[in-house]
Design a protein around this ligand. Structure first.
Ligand SMILES: Nc1nc2c(ncn2[C@@H]2O[C@H](COP(=O)(O)OP(=O)(O)OP(=O)(O)O)[C@@H](O)[C@H]2O)c(=O)[nH]1
Ligand SMILES: *[C@@H]1O[C@H](CO)[C@@H](O)[C@H](O)[C@H]1NC(C)=O
Ligand SMILES: [Mg+2]
Length: 386
């Protein structure tokens, strides 16, 4: 028999354990310094039904430009891959999948970037003949876009790197990693080879593309006036960004007029901008409008962050920097979730569900889907449109 007393007791017990589960997971997250740490602490995803993301139906998005007949359309876009010579195998793997799932139909050109010249061996294997019919270009990153700037106090930077190594922060001791994060945050879109383009798709070595994409995501961006597209979002490690939000708030105070009134602050802050909830779009995948980064607001924003030195005194990632930029300077409905793109970058993946899974003939396991895991931020994105 469930007497009233027992009933009250039972409800209390449930509430207490719920509270415990929630605070336990948040606390773990706050302490995490690398993805592998998190991976072993997955609490299990609730069986939430995915939000009804619509796949574009118009044929306008499905007819790649036929150069011979002039039929169809194409956006002014490039696929951008920042890589080292040593990333060759991973690059080939990513690129082959992207070609098979999408680009062999759509023929977007590739731009490879590196701070040292690509070796002949790299170019031969990735070259047009074997992997793609599209144009492939190789760009050298100018030194001033890559190396630690002079205004950084090296003694202070070294000290902070050493501390991060002690604290087990992933890539905490690495200068090249910091160069890469700063380059992706503020320079890739200024590269000579990217100047002619308006849209880009960022691809990394060793990622997976699970589904056939039979429509052109760049045309979605263009026709629907989107600024930023993602497939996975999650929390950032606190240890890499101790003063980032403080800096962002200073910027907003200095330049309130640069902030878009219809912004996506709700995605990055749970208290109207007082604190950062650490949500960010996982920037190893991005489909974006380069105008977002080239515009006055983001340019000033990046310069402001760069001046503060957090790319080196801390380990600010391009993911939170881009995400905060997109959230503040684009309208919230200009940020697009590419639900139909099945995608994996270790150790997380977005696997399209239901109709979308079938339509794309996806080869990922539908139950292996990051969207509504407890450390995903997709629910915060959804909330903005409720
Ligand atoms: N040219 C060049 N590219 C780099 C360098 N470091 C990283 N990259 C590239 O920058 C991108 C991000 O680097 P990753 O090492 O994948 O960083 P991550 O995704 O945060 O970490 P992982 O979990 O290890 O993949 C990838 O496209 C790399 O190929 C570098 O020193 N030089
Ligand atoms: C492109 O157009 C030409 C000329 O109309 C046609 O012969 C060819 O089959 C078309 N190619 C494709 C892939 O549709
Ligand atoms: Mg990576």
């Amino acid at each position: 028999m469930l007497t009233p007393m027992r009933y009250v007791f039972l409800v209390l017990a449930i509430l207490i354990s719920l509270h415990y589960i929630v605070s336990f997971s948040n606390e773990n997250y706050g302490r995490a310094t690398s993805l592998s740490q998190l991976k072993n602490k997955v609490v299990g995803s609730p069986a939430t039904t995915a939000a009804p993301y619509k796949t574009p139906v118009s044929e306008d998005y499905r007819t790649p430009l036929n150069v011979t007949s002039g039929q169809g359309r194409k956006a002014n876009a490039a696929i951008v891959i920042l890589a080292r010579n040593g990333d060759l195998n991973g690059v080939v793997s990513s690129m082959k999948q992207l070609e098979d799932r999408f680009n062999k139909q759509f023929h977007y050109p590739y731009v490879f970037l590196n701070e040292v010249p690509f070796e002949e061996n790299f170019k031969k294997q990735v070259r047009v003949e074997d992997l793609t019919d599209s144009q492939v270009q190789y760009g050298l990153i100018p030194k001033e876009h890559w190396v630690q700037p002079d205004h950084i106090d090296e003694a202070k930077a070294t000290e902070s790197r050493n501390q991060m190594v002690k604290d087990n922060v992933i890539y905490g001791g690495s200068v090249p990693y910091r160069n890469m994060c700063r380059f992706n945050s503020g320079f890739f879109y200024r590269h000579e080879l990217l100047k002619p383009f308006q849209y880009y798709w960022r691809v990394e070595p060793d990622v997976k593309f699970f589904c056939d994409l039979d429509y052109d995501p760049f045309l979605i961006m263009q026709d629907q006036n989107k600024m930023y597209g993602f497939t996975v979002s999650l929390f950032e490690y606190e240890a890499t960004i101790p003063t980032l939000w403080k800096t962002v708030k200073e910027f907003i105070k200095l330049y309130p007029d640069l902030v878009e009134p219809d912004n996506a602050m709700q995605f990055i802050s749970d208290d109207g901008g007082e604190t950062y909830n650490r949500c960010h779009f996982w920037s190893n995948f991005e489909i974006g409008n380069l105008d977002l980064w080239r515009g006055e607001a983001y340019s000033k924003f990046f310069d402001f962050l760069d001046e503060k030195g957090g790319f080196y005194y801390e380990r600010w990632g391009d993911a939170p920097v881009h995400s905060i930029g997109a959230a503040l300077f684009a309208k919230k409905d200009q940020i697009h979730f590419f639900n139909d793109v099945g995608y994996r970058h270790e150790p997380f993946q977005h696997c399209p569900q239901g109709e979308s899974h079938k339509r794309g003939k996806c080869w990922c396991d539908e139950t292996q889907n990051f969207d509504y895991e407890w450390y995903s931020c997709l629910n915060k994105y959804d909330k903005m449109f409720e």
